[in-house]
Design a binder for this molecule. Structure first.
Ligand code: C5P
Length: 299
């Protein structure tokens, strides 16, 4: 018996970051959107616990964390422990989401693992319990369960869905080498010693989203981690300028980076931007729309 769960990449349309809390995490006011770049996780009944990862051509397999501390196996063990049963099953993850790219690839896999284990083990875990377990595993994982477009507060784990009638076109350009999220947050602390306790509000972004107008949304996109990410990787700034000159409405670092995403006005706009960026020497250029669903079982 086996079950396959699909989970999407996320981008942050707004990422307001406040001064680090006592526990080291930063208070956030963020708006997530799930976009159509996916990882698919298949869980097959087995005696022990195992994990096999297959990566798309654009992903370097060396960058994928393996071993017992992989987030997929941690998710399986956490749910098993909660349910008072052994953690057992063979996982196969097919990765298309850039690794260490600021698109919550690991979080998507963890969310998919929670959903797959819940189904295969016949647990019928209530949604609020699954969300709490997800939050224990990582700040972005509750959103990976919920999907769509949602506001996140706390350290990003307290998620409320947002009404989003738009269908937005994105071009995503991953970097060959990932960027460490804790490093980018630490660099934010260095560059912004004056950061306030309360993060920049997501309200203006939400108002822009409600207009359904790509140009309005483009103007409202905001990411407090963009400055530290570009300071660590100056080429990301050049990439943003280039994509905007190829027709994108706006380029933005995705989460803690280094993936850069471009909002475009239409499917044609996205294609033109993607072709322009490929012509400028970017080997991997992905096109996607959002919002899409959170972690869900494939029929
Ligand atoms: O929660 P998660 O494990 O995804 O976080 C990874 C790291 O990112 C944390 O250890 C922390 O350094 C940083 N982080 C943060 N503030 C947040 C979320 C993450 O400082 N709100």
């Amino acid at each position: 018996m086996s079950i396959t769960v699909r989970a999407a990449a996320k981008i942050n349309l707004h990422l307001g970051v406040g001064r680090a809390r006592e526990d080291g995490f930063h208070p956030l006011d963020t708006v997530y959107q799930a976009i159509g770049i996916h990882d698919d996780l298949t869980l097959t009944a087995a005696e022990g616990l195992s994990l096999d990862t297959l990566v798309a051509d654009h992903i370097d397999p060396a960058g994928v964390p393996s071993g017992a501390d992989n987030i997929v196996l941690r998710a399986a063990r956490l749910l098993a422990q909660h349910a008072g049963r052994p953690a057992a099953g063979a996982f196969e993850v097919r990765k298309d989401i850039p690794v260490a790219g600021g698109m919550a690839g690991g979080s998507a896999d963890a969310a998919a693992a929670l959903v797959a284990c819940d189904r295969l083990w016949d647990l019928e875990t209530p949604d609020d319990v699954l969300l709490a377990l997800a939050a224990e595993l990582g700040s972005d994982i509750p959103f990976s369960l919920v999907g769509g477009t949602a506001r996140g507060v706390g350290r990003g784990e307290v998620v409320t869905p947002v009404d989003d009638r738009g269908s937005w076109w994105w071009v995503a350009v991953p970097s060959p080498e990932g960027l460490s999220t804790p490093m980018v947050y630490r660099h934010f602390d260095t560059l912004r010693p004056d950061a306030t306790e309360v993060p920049a509000s997501a309200e203006p972004l939400l108002a822009a989203l409600a207009t359904g107008e790509p140009l309005q949304l483009a103007r409202a996109l905001h990411n407090d981690l963009q400055e530290p990410a570009i300071d660590l990787r100056p080429e990301l700034g050049d990439l943003i300028v280039r994509g905007e000159s190829e027709g994108a409405l706006r380029g933005l670092v995705s989460g803690s980076g280094p993936t850069v995403v471009f909002l475009c006005d239409s499917a044609d706009g996205a294609r033109a931007t993607a072709v322009g960026l490929a012509g400028a020497g970017h080997d991997v250029v992905l096109t996607a729309t959002g919002p899409v669903a959170g972690a869900h079982v494939l029929a």
